[in-house]
Design a protein around this ligand. Structure first.
Ligand code: SF4
Ligand code: SF4
Length: 418
């Protein structure tokens, strides 16, 4: 059920009623995983605070973090406390189930999240990154169902759900395995039939389970990573949609707007999470959220998505979203950086990709780490929600981007600079 709420000052946000809890959730949620961070990965609390307050002011009331996002729960907790905004927001965080070996671990991870977030309740608690029914059954054997019942009755958890990155058939089994309050899936126009996909969305909807969407922009690739031919199609669609000429400089905002409209066009979508890390991104996404409604897209507009998706697929070879779940690598290889450079070598050109590759390898520093340093230990691949065979894909990166002779030249240049 969709409800429109107008703000007294003339601003407004669109809200969806979560049918399981009755909560009124903003159609756009704030994904905190991509909060502004330093090069070493620590969250920049001051910059993040401004963004979170801006989002709240614009009517966003759902903020998603996770135990595993380094420093993220702590940063969000500090911002909430400093601004006394806990009662204006719903907080979602996640249990790192792959590290749970006992019932005591479940309790310990949850208590740690409460402490980091400086709160006594989690509004939406998710089992993080479930890929199959067996994982849930292992947690059941440790007594998680009884634990959830206890935590819901003492009020420290309001709604329980899971985030999913497995194959479609496992998703349906998981939906039926417990009385879930919600679920969270990766979904966007490039992933319509990947993981849970459209059929998963529809299955959850038909069971009355609210669906929250993550990776609406595929880690930003559907924003500034679209090949020009694809974003040209969105510029044309935008001009037809708005009836005015569209500036080339708004190419990224327009691509984002269409990616979000594709999701909000579908009735089964309760909320779309976006990892926004600038004031402009928040403003653009809020504008689209408040204008979008189910079934708003025309047949011509839907056909545009099919054309864009085709161009995108032909350009992107490795479906890495840059989530960093595979890091750190014991050989210090920048895995997402390698894959981003490889994809760039197809979207733009091979030289641009190679430059990106040598930069992400730290080729001009003291101690570079190349794709060829991989020892195939396999530690990374088991954490990848996209199921990427990382060691094999790194071999492709090496063959395409590690131009023979470039490594010793880089090493020489590096020594001359010191
Ligand atoms: S398989 Fe290679 S890339 Fe992955 S963690 Fe091991 S060394 Fe690093
Ligand atoms: S390789 Fe997989 S785990 Fe690593 S950043 Fe990419 S999508 Fe995430």
């Amino acid at each position: 059920m969709i409800e429109i709420t107008f703000w007294s000052e003339g601003r407004f946000m669109r809200y969806c009623v979560d049918t399981k809890t009755g909560n009124k959730l903003s159609a756009l949620g704030f994904g905190c995983m991509r909060l502004p961070s330093s090069a070493l990965g620590s969250v920049n609390v001051e910059t993040s605070e401004k963004l979170i307050l801006q989002a709240l002011e614009a009517g966003i009331n759902y903020f998603d973090t996770a135990y595993l996002y380094r420093g993220n729960e702590e940063a969000l907790g500090a911002i909430i406390k400093r601004n006394n905004i806990r009662d204006r927001m719903f907080i979602a965080t996640k249990l790192p189930h792959a590290s749970v070996k006992s019932a005591a671990d479940i309790e310990r991870y949850f208590e740690t999240s409460l402490k980091r977030l400086q709160t006594n309740r989690i509004d939406y608690y998710l089992i993080h990154n479930v890929v199959n029914l067996e994982q849930w059954q292992c947690l059941c054997a440790l007594g998680i169902e009884e634990w959830i019942t206890k935590r819901k009755s003492d009020g420290s958890i309001n709604a329980i759900g899971f985030s999913f990155h497995g194959p479609q058939h496992e998703f349906a089994s998981l939906l039926d395995a417990y009385n879930w309050d919600f679920c969270q899936i990766q979904y966007n126009y490039a992933d319509e039939n990947y993981q849970a996909g459209r059929s998963g969305l529809e299955e959850a909807y038909s069971r009355g389970i609210p669906v929250f969407i993550m990776e609406p922009l595929l880690g930003g690739k559907l924003a500034d990573g679209l090949p020009k031919a694809a974003s040209d199609l969105f510029l044309e669609a935008e001009a037809a949609h708005s009836g005015v000429a569209v500036k080339d400089s708004s190419r990224v905002d327009v691509s984002v707007a269409w990616a979000l409209r594709w999701l909000w066009n579908q009735s089964g979508v309760t909320m779309v999470l976006s990892g926004m890390n600038s004031a402009e991104q928040i403003a653009n996404n809020v504008r689209v959220a408040k204008e979008s409604t189910p079934n708003m897209l025309t047949e011509t507009e839907l056909a545009t998505f099919r054309s864009v998706e085709k161009i995108f697929r032909e350009s992107y070879r490795i479906p890495c979203t840059g989530c960093n779940y595979c890091m750190p690598c014991p050989k210090d290889i920048n895995i997402p950086g390698c894959f981003a450079s490889y994809n760039t070598s197809y979207v733009a050109d091979r030289i641009s990709g190679a430059i990106g590759y040598f930069m992400c390898a730290g080729a001009l520093g003291h101690n570079p780490h190349y794709a060829s340093d991989c020892i195939e230990c396999g530690k990374c691949a088991k954490h990848c929600p996209q199921g990427i065979a990382i060691p094999n894909e790194l071999k492709k990166v090496r063959r395409r981007l590690q131009i023979p002779g470039a490594k010793p030249i880089m090493s020489l240049v590096s020594k001359m600079r010191m």
